[in-house]
Design a protein around this ligand. Structure first.
Ligand code: AMP
Length: 423
C-alpha cells in the first residue's frame, strides 16, 4: 500500500495521551481505586462494546443516546455501540450475573460520544465511578456522594461545588415533566429555536440550558420540590442529613435534573470553578431505581456517579496544582567502553527494582552525561577502562557537587539502595 499524501493524525475529538499526562491519569485512577476499595467497592470492567439496546434503555430522548452514540452494525448483523457511559453496562452485568446485593462496584475506563469537540469535551474521554445496586437506603446516597466528594479532594481539586437535588420518584417525575411541559408550551414564543425542539422531546432538558434567552424562561419554571411526594421528601431529607453529618458541603440546586432519563430521587453534580461554565461539570450521578428492570432484571434500586478524568486534570492545571511527576529512572549508566557493561548493569539494577537506563550507541562522555540529565536520574554510574581494570564503577550524584566515589561493581545495587533514590 502506498504511503498516504498526508501523515495520519488522530480523529477529531480524539487525543494521544502522552507523558506526563498519562502518569497523572494513572495516579488519579490508582487513588480512586484505593478510596473506593476502602469503602467496600470492588472493580468491574464491562466491555467497551455492547448491544445497542443496552444503551437505548438509558434514554431514548437524550442527546447522548440519540445523536452522539458510536453505533454500527457488527459483522454478524447485530446493532452494537461503543459505550457512551458505564452505568448501563454495569446494570446489564448485574442482570446477567445476579450477584449478591448490595453490589458495590467501581470502574475506570474510556467512553465515546460523538460530541462537538472543544476544550474539556472530547469524543473519547475517561471516567472513574461507582455503582451500588440493590439498596434503597438514603444513607447509601450519602455514602456515594461523600465518596465522590472525597475523591475530588484527594485528587487535589480545591475549588469544587457540589450541587444536590432530588427529582422525586417515578410518579413525582412524571407529574413534574407534565408541569414543565405545559409551562414551556405557554412560554414557547420566548424560547430559542433549539430549546423549543428540546421541549418537545424532553422538557426537563430545557432546564439545563445555558442560553441567556432560555434562562429567563427557566427562571420561573415550576420547581420539582413542589411535586415531590412525602416519601421522596423524607428520603431526600435523610440524604442531606447524612451529608451534614459527614461534613460534606453542598448547595441545593432545585433545577438540577441531569441528562440521562433513568435518574430518580437523588441527583448531584460537581462543578469546578476553575473551568469555563460550558464544560465545568467534573462529575455527577444519582439514583436510578428503574434501570435494572428496564434491562430485564428484577426491580432493583441503584445509585452511582461518574467523574470525568479529563476535566479533573484540566481543572487541576487551571488551579495551578503541582504537576511534577517523579522520574522513574533513578540510575543512568554511562558506559565509555563497548556498551556491554551498560547492558548488564541496567538489567541488574532493574531486576533489583531500581529504575535504570543508558544511552544506546554509546557516544562521548559529554553526550552520555547529557542523556543522564535528561532522564531525571539521581545517580550516574560511570564505567571506563580504568574502572573495568579495577573492578569498580564510579557513582556520581547528579543533584549535588558531592565528590564522586568508586564502588565495587558487585556492590552497586547495595550501594544505591543504601544511598536512597529520592531527590
Ligand atoms: P455524564 O455521564 O454526562 O453525567 O458525565 C459525567 C462526567 O463525565 C461529566 O461531569 C464530565 O466531567 C465527564 N464528561 C462527559 N462527557 C464528556 C466529554 N465529551 N468529554 C470529556 N468529559 C466528559
Amino acid at each position: 500500500m502506498a504511503a498516504p499524501d498526508q501523515p495520519f493524525r488522530t480523529l477529531a475529538g480524539m487525543r494521544d495521551l502522552l507523558h506526563p499526562e498519562t502518569a497523572h491519569r494513572r495516579r488519579l485512577t490508582a487513588r480512586f481505586a484505593e478510596l473506593a476499595e476502602l469503602a467496600g467497592y470492588q472493580e468491574v470492567q464491562p466491555p467497551l462494546v455492547e448491544d445497542l439496546g443496552v444503551f437505548l434503555r438509558v434514554g431514548e430522548t437524550t442527546d447522548v443516546v440519540t445523536k452522539e452514540m458510536y453505533d454500527f452494525e457488527d459483522k454478524d448483523g447485530t446493532r452494537v455501540a461503543l459505550r457512551p457511559e458505564l452505568t448501563a453496562g454495569v446494570a446489564r452485568a448485574f442482570v446477567q450475573h445476579h450477584p449478591q446485593t448490595p453490589w458495590k462496584v467501581w470502574y475506570a475506563g474510556a467512553n465515546f460520544r460523538h460530541e462537538r469537540p472543544q476544550k474539556g469535551r472530547y469524543r473519547s474521554f475517561d471516567q472513574v465511578g461507582v455503582e451500588a445496586l440493590g439498596v434503597d437506603d438514603p444513607d447509601l446516597d450519602a455514602e456515594v456522594v461523600t465518596l465522590a466528594s472525597m475523591s475530588l479532594a484527594a485528587f487535589g481539586l480545591r475549588r469544587v461545588r457540589l450541587l444536590v437535588n432530588s427529582i422525586g420518584d417515578h410518579d413525582d417525575r412524571a407529574r413534574y415533566v407534565e408541569a414543565v411541559r405545559s409551562y414551556l408550551d405557554d412560554r414557547r414564543d420566548d424560547l430559542s429555536e433549539p430549546a423549543r425542539a428540546t421541549a418537545e422531546r424532553n422538557p426537563l432538558r430545557v432546564l439545563d440550558t445555558k442560553r441567556p434567552q432560555d434562562l429567563a424562561v427557566v427562571a420561573d419554571a415550576p420547581l420539582l420540590a413542589d411535586h415531590r411526594s412525602p416519601a421522596s421528601e423524607e428520603h431526600f431529607g435523610r440524604v442531606l442529613a447524612g451529608l451534614d453529618a459527614l461534613g460534606v458541603s453542598y448547595e441545593l440546586a432545585p433545577r438540577l435534573v441531569r441528562g440521562l432519563d433513568y435518574y430518580r430521587r437523588t441527583t448531584f453534580e460537581f462543578v469546578a470553578e476553575a473551568l469555563d461554565a460550558a464544560q465545568n461539570a467534573v462529575g455527577g450521578g444519582g439514583r436510578y431505581d428503574g434501570l435494572v428492570e428496564d434491562l430485564g432484571g428484577p426491580p432493583t434500586d441503584g445509585i452511582g456517579f461518574a467523574l470525568g478524568v479529563d476535566r479533573i486534570l484540566l481543572a487541576l492545571s487551571a488551579e495551578g496544582a503541582p504537576d511534577e511527576v517523579a522520574p522513574s529512572v533513578q540510575v543512568f549508566v554511562v558506559d565509555l567502553t563497548d556498551g556491554a557493561i551498560a547492558r548488564d548493569l541496567t538489567h541488574e539494577l532493574r531486576a533489583a527494582g531500581i529504575g535504570a537506563d543508558r544511552r544506546f550507541g554509546g557516544g562521548s562522555l559529554k553526550s552520555q552525561m547529557k542523556a543522564a540529565d535528561r532522564s531525571g536520574a539521581r545517580w550516574a554510574v560511570l564505567v571506563g577502562s580504568d574502572e573495568v581494570a579495577a573492578g569498580v564503577v564510579t557513582v556520581r550524584d547528579l543533584r549535588s557537587d558531592a565528590p564522586q566515589s568508586a564502588v565495587p561493581r558487585d556492590g552497586l545495587v547495595a550501594e544505591i539502595r543504601a544511598r536512597g533514590t529520592t531527590t
